[in-house]
Design a binder for this molecule. Sequence first.
Ligand code: RIB
Ligand code: CA
Length: 311
Amino acid sequence: MTRKIIIDCDPGHDDVMAILLALAHPEELEILGYTTVCGNQLVEKVTANLAKVLTAIGKSGKIAMGCDTPLHYAPDPQPGAHGESGLDGPILPEATVKVLDKHAIEFMRDVLENSDKKITIVALGPLTNIAVFLKTYPHLRSKIECITLMGGSIYSGNILPKAEFNIYEDPHAAKIVFESSIPIIMSGLEVCNEASILHTEIDALQGNGKVQDLAHDILQFFSKYNRDRNKDRSPLFDVVPIMHLLHPEYFTSQKFPVHIEVAGEYTRGMTVVDLREPRDPNTLNAEVLTHCDRDKFMKVFLDALIQLDKN
Ligand code: RIB
Ligand code: CA
């Protein structure tokens, strides 16, 4: 059965990899549209990046630009990880794919109001758009199948010792989402670190087709951080929620109570995953992915790039 999805994202190198995987599986995932959010870079930049990438691979798509700032904190773009453009590395064409003259929140409203089936929201950036949507159109919450998101962690951190960037950027939005009672699937740093691509797998992409060359150029820039630290692999963070939709059998998961720390010099954006037992079933607000089979994961991902080059 085909699942209808909206991809909320901040492209972002790994966001693009997730979108490529989804585009290679139209039978399983029907992408109703893309909403963009301030995160890796300012929302104008990440929106332009998405339009250029779809143009580069010859795909169309509905793009609606979203919130340009977190609910309470200032934007905190990450040029160190994604460059000044938010997608440094590849040479991208001028976009011919147009951005809708409609805010992401209104686009989400229109899609959910007009759908006869529930929609899955795939959140690959800060949760600002989704929080504003839930607050603005609470009657449409029942049209959401689930929110599967890349964000948070069980015990580690990247932007802070115990906080992951997407949650850190807008913890107030994350709190709204995690307390919404909508089913949440959380792909945190631990499972994302297991879903890492070998730098030799990146190098082998070059010269095999337009899409694989684009992925190569994007991942060469994205993996520099880890290559410079003598690591042999880089996490494909945002690919994880999409891969889980396609192959849940590649993962293990467990439901936990998950609370969001909205402020704190060292803990802003921490996902407090309560591991204590016994647990009250009424408090289990998130299914947390814990492990994945990296080799099966990576084969499907690399095959997806090959498939897109065949199309
Ligand atoms: O912490 C990783 C997340 O932050 C990913 O979504 C990446 O794209 C960045 O947004
Ligand atoms: Ca992202």
